[in-house]
Design a binder for this molecule. Structure first.
Ligand code: IDP
Ligand code: MG
Length: 152
């Protein structure tokens, strides 16, 4: 068995406002990513500051917190083999100008400060971010019917 991991994703306020929720979730489903938690929510100032604590003090920090609290988001948890790396690859690089076409940011974003999607970048940050946004009860364990065809 390969590495079964969990990762945190967030469809950011710009993507919600631009009607991209369905397209992004469709990409996840098409690829075979398993959603084990998901909610539509408003990120509070406090949650935004905790989520982006590693960026505190950087020049873009205040604008980043303002951006992520500027409207509703869709937050969720994905589970799968090597899911952190796969999700980061699907998102594309942080700066949309450097993203490959075919990635979420490459297809939908123009600027680093409006880059549509968040995904955890390591096991450690995934664990931390999932814990910030979800309780254990909100995470649902189940078998997805197509897993037997996705994994050898
Ligand atoms: P990531 O989202 O690809 O993991 P991070 O370096 O963790 O990228 O940065 C978090 C978020 O902060 C980015 O997704 C982007 O929205 C914003 N950001 C990062 N660097 C800059 C910058 O140089 N200017 C403006 N916003 C930035
Ligand atoms: Mg990051």
């Amino acid at each position: 068995m390969a590495n079964i991991e969990r990762t945190f994703f967030m469809i950011k306020p710009d993507a919600v406002q631009r009607g991209l929720i369905g397209n992004i979730i469709e990409r996840y489903e098409r690829k075979g990513l398993k959603i084990i938690a998901m909610k539509f929510m408003q990120v509070s100032q406090d949650l935004a500051e905790r989520h982006y604590a590693e960026h505190k003090g950087k020049p873009f920090y205040d604008a980043l917190v303002e951006y992520i609290t500027s409207g509703p988001v869709v937050a969720g948890v994905l589970e799968g083999h090597d899911i952190i790396e796969i999700n980061r690859a699907m998102m594309g690089k942080t700066n949309p100008a450097e993203c490959d076409v075919g990635t979420i940011r490459g297809d939908f974003a123009m600027e680093i400060s409006r880059n549509v999607i968040h995904g955890s970048d390591s096991l450690e940050s995934a664990k931390r971010e999932i814990g910030l946004f979800f309780t254990e009860e909100e995470i649902i364990e189940y078998t997805r019917a197509d897993d037997v065809w996705l994994y050898e």
